[in-house]
Design a protein around this ligand. Structure first.
Ligand SMILES: [Zn+2]
Ligand SMILES: [Zn+2]
Length: 264
């Protein structure tokens, strides 16, 4: 099954393209399933710089419906990439999954509550306690049962030059929760486009995925495209990593997003 389930559109204000353009590009690449998973609108419009506003939810629905009609040859799934704050879990479940019929949600740990303020996981995870709070947030997302998979769990590769025992402990906790709950971890190709840290891509970080392989947790591969031309790029590198380590790759069937959903 050829799929890409983590993709953004212009509504998040730091990506370009529409669901229709992504679908056309996906069709060209021979994908069977494409997921649109922009940064989730939040009911209180928190962190508005990198996401659509709550009032744009209807527009998002409409853009995806338009793409489905225009490109029927490819299955288009409606998703969101969600922040892992428990205070939003009821909104994710009742409004997004139940009321609006989202096909799936992705869980992400972009922010943690540190020193009395929200801080970006992209830059703060080397501070005392930060890694442990991040790990706790990811485990909470996995255990909530709301998310189809967890995006870039090895995001902390941005903040650490080399692997250490603390990272090993964090990786183990995340991988064990993933394995126990059957919620896969995502090898996120977006990291290959970022500035190197310690002579490697910040993520995917092979040392993290070695732990995932040891634990035997399931894995998905996505490009996290922020423009239609990024779709599917770096898939080869991610696949090579997964194959070298003997990781267990999941597709839409294993994720519970198989054909039966097509009617819905
Ligand atoms: Zn983004
Ligand atoms: Zn993303």
């Amino acid at each position: 099954m050829k799929q890409e389930l983590h993709n953004h559109i212009y509504l998040c204000r730091h990506a370009v393209g529409t669901p229709l353009e992504l679908a056309r590009r996906g069709q060209k690449l021979g994908l069977e399933v494409i997921g649109i998973s922009d940064h989730a609108a939040l009911p209180d419009n928190r962190w508005p710089d990198i996401r659509m506003s709550y009032s744009e939810l209807d527009l998002y629905d409409q853009l995806i419906e338009d793409a489905k009609k225009a490109v029927p040859a490819i299955r288009i799934l409606k998703g969101f990439e969600c922040e892992g704050l428990p205070e939003y879990f009821t909104y994710y479940k009742e409004e997004l999954l139940e009321k609006r019929g989202f096909n799936y949600l992705i869980g992400s740990g972009h922010y943690i509550w540190l020193k009395n303020q929200w801080q970006s996981s992209f830059s703060c995870l080397n501070q005392p306690q930060a890694l442990e709070l991040y790990t706790e947030q990811l485990v909470g997302m996995i255990e909530s049962g709301l998310f189809a998979f967890i995006a870039h769990p090895d995001l902390f590769g941005l903040c650490f030059e080399s692997w250490n025992l603390r990272l090993e402990t964090a990786a183990k906790a995340i991988a064990q929760a993933s394995k126990a709950k059957g919620v896969p971890l995502e090898i996120n190709g977006n990291g290959y486009w970022r500035n190197p840290v310690g002579g490697r891509a910040p993520f995917p970080w092979a040392s993290f995925w070695e732990v995932v392989a040891q634990v035997g947790a399931p894995v998905v591969i996505n490009s996290d495209a922020h423009s239609p031309d990024q779709l599917g790029q770096n898939k080869k590198q991610s696949l090579a990593l997964a194959q070298n380590l003997g990781l267990t790759l999941w597709g839409v069937q294993e994720l519970g997003l198989g054909k039966s959903l097509q009617a819905g």
